[in-house]
Design a binder for this molecule. Sequence first.
Ligand SMILES: Cc1cc2nc3c(=O)[nH]c(=O)nc-3n(C[C@H](O)[C@H](O)[C@H](O)COP(=O)(O)OP(=O)(O)OC[C@H]3O[C@@H](n4cnc5c(N)ncnc54)[C@H](O)[C@@H]3O)c2cc1C
Length: 459
Amino acid sequence: MLIPRVEKGNPINLIGYVIELLIDNFICNAKYIIAIYLKSNFIVYWTLNRIKTMLSTPVCIIGAGPAGATASLFLSKAGINHTIIDKAIFPRDKICGDAIDGLCMRVMNTYDKSLVEEMISQPHIFNPSMGSKFVAPNGKEARCYHKPVSNNIPSTMYFVAKRFDFDFFLVNKLNPNYADIQLGATVTDIERRKDGIIVTYSKGGISHQVFTKLLLGADGDHSIVLRKLSSRKIDRNYYAAAVRMYCKNIKGIEKDNLIELYYLKNIPYGYLWIFPMANNMCNVGMGLGSNQASKRKFNLVKEFEKIIATDEVLAPRFENCERMENPKGWGLPMAGGKRELVGDNYLLLGDAASLINPLNGEGIGSAMVSGWAAAQFAEKALANNKFDANSMQQYQHQATYRLNTDTKFYNNIVKVFPSAFQHVFLNVFIGSGFAKNLFEKEAKKWMYNSFNTPLEIKW
Ligand SMILES: Cc1cc2nc3c(=O)[nH]c(=O)nc-3n(C[C@H](O)[C@H](O)[C@H](O)COP(=O)(O)OP(=O)(O)OC[C@H]3O[C@@H](n4cnc5c(N)ncnc54)[C@H](O)[C@@H]3O)c2cc1C
């Protein structure tokens, strides 16, 4: 309240005082009115924030990475309404080596052949690579090429593209006619009900709830679905850590953009990679098994920096390297452990299901396969109105069996060659030409299947 300024006995001052008082009071009242208006608005906003709108959806997917986006694409293809939620707004970064392999192409070709064609037509984003170069701990090299056996198959063995672009490419294909797409929406809680699951997510500060009969957990390594409905126990035998760094001007990039894998004597069960990208960029990184990392008290970033600065083959290649970022780390949940992928009213996909290939660290393809398989099982569950774990048990087999050969191979190497002798195996395997023969023979099959054999479930 304003204090009146008036001199006693002065009528002019008195009139002035009255005018001043009126003005002041008007301003004061105006202030009060504004304050009350703002306060009431705040109360309305605050109340709205706490009102939970509950929607119902037959299938709800958490995560719009390769696993979740693929599930959504195939659900839409089958005409199934669903909700897909991701905390990120796309495009978004994901720490990865960015090698998109034949398995990814197989899933995309199963969905719609135009997807891979679209990627081929954009080499400035999706850099094509014709194969791999393996370097043994003793420095012996094997350059392995994919040689197309028919005109139907392009010579691309991998695409290397930032996940920023690839994941955005997939998310852009989601079909809003069937998919209720909620991006920038963080799932904060998951509650089990007798007949389904309630998912709570927060978007723009407002809390929402969705009830679903079937939840697809495609929310990556730190999955909230795992934490709330199952358990996120890390099996260090099947878990790896890796760092990635984008950079420019690496010397000696291989002709045909071969992706390069260096197996180093001091990095058992792991490798350093150089994956060439468009625009003179490379994705460079290094990863190794968690068991080894913790046994050796290994600081991954420090070791990585040391190797690219001092290794006699690698260091000269990094002389003019222009870093686009500092090395960034993330975990790799690998296949082979005992994770249950199926529960009442939910399925786990991709990294949430620990589906990374332990032999090479590739997980995008198996994440997409799990997305495709989950959509098939969702369709069946909805048709039979059965969402219990028993009825969907076969999903586990469908999501994992393509990894079995590589997982067995990995387990045998670990058993037969303990870490101290692993370099012996790699020197012989790569140096003798065996790796090249095996790779090129297998590559023919992978790529043939990728372009000619759509995925199918034999029920
Ligand atoms: C360093 C490194 C290198 C790799 N290199 C390769 C490679 O070269 N090739 C290859 O094939 N694989 C590679 N992988 C593995 C690959 O990155 C993963 O297997 C793949 O990303 C799995 O896909 P996903 O869809 O299951 O999970 P993600 O890609 O992790 O997607 C999960 C999504 O869930 C969302 N999410 C998470 N929590 C929530 C929440 N609470 N609410 C809402 N949304 C949420 C996230 O925002 C994210 O978009 C690499 C991994 C690492 C760490």
